[in-house]
Design a protein around this ligand. Sequence first.
Ligand code: ACO
Length: 332
Amino acid sequence: MNPAFTELDPHDSDRIDAAFGLRTEAAREDTPGLPAPCRADLIGSVRVPPPATRVEEWLVTADRHTPDAIASLRLEFPTEENTASVTAAVLAVRPGLRRRGIGRKLVEFAGARGKLDGRTWLLLFADAGPGAEDTIPAARFADALGGRTVMTLDHLRLEVCDAPAAGPVPDGYTCRTWGSTVPDELVAEAARLEATLSADAPTGDLDWEPQPAAISRIRAFERMRIARGRRAYQTGIRHEGTGRLVAWSAVSMTTANPDSALQAVTVVDPGHRGRGLGRLVKALNLRYVRGSETELRTIDTWNSTGNVHMRRINEEFGFRPAGGRRMWELDI
Ligand code: ACO
């Protein structure tokens, strides 16, 4: 087979349907415990890239004349830092067509696209249910290709009814909530905190440069999230004495899954750690999201296995192990 690769146009609804159908089928097979793919999310992800990233979204068919998708490939090229890498954010073969060499062809193609853009390594990743990290096809595939495991993450899930109620905000601090857009007067502080998180969060053996503190990154991320039909719920804690934002937590939800949310950023300013603000800001934010999202049942989060503090906070909060994510790198 000599697969044909066609770059997806967000206005080509036939090919969007084909890509979405394939991803839905693959998700049912590979990650039945995760929220189902969302069509609005896919369309938005083709229209608006993540901050400081160029995206190539490829639909793969058996040949130029057959419309049916046999695989889906999304490549992300960081444009400001980590510019030696290209990430295969999606690399999926239709379940009934596996073990016929299509996966290898996708990796060859990804490598060729990367090389053309001056990249020297490819980052791959895959999710697995509890205890299945070593046995999923992706792990065998990575072994066969000579991939090196560079990072493992624990998938944790919270049943929201098990979470603790929020305690009082300590003296000297105030709490503020907002939706998908950080208020203008807090955005510089949010950028500062996000850069702290990017620099501090353990990345295992993955050699990943942290992002700079830039308001433009926050705003670009918000544009992407909104374009993907997602909505966010966010809570910040401010230190009254300095006016600084010292803790921030966000969850986001897709259009297709009103019962599940993704835990996004949770970060506490290094100068204010050890005072329970991480747990508090999460509890306050949970109260906030539950006030609007009456169907919400679960929240998913992924923590690097080396991130002992975040994992402890999450477990105390009621998050329970639900699987894992593994990342591999491959020279190209
Ligand atoms: N069991 C054992 N070995 C496997 C398996 C498996 N299930 N799948 C692939 N391999 C190994 C074999 O050595 C195989 O060669 P062989 O068939 O000659 O023995 C080699 O990988 C190449 O296999 P392909 O046929 O090229 O791969 P395939 O088309 O089946 O696609 C893929 C593999 C992409 C992992 C597919 O199973 C899939 O779409 N999985 C779900 C999505 C996913 O997890 N993507 C993760 C991408 S990151 C990553 O895979 C590291």
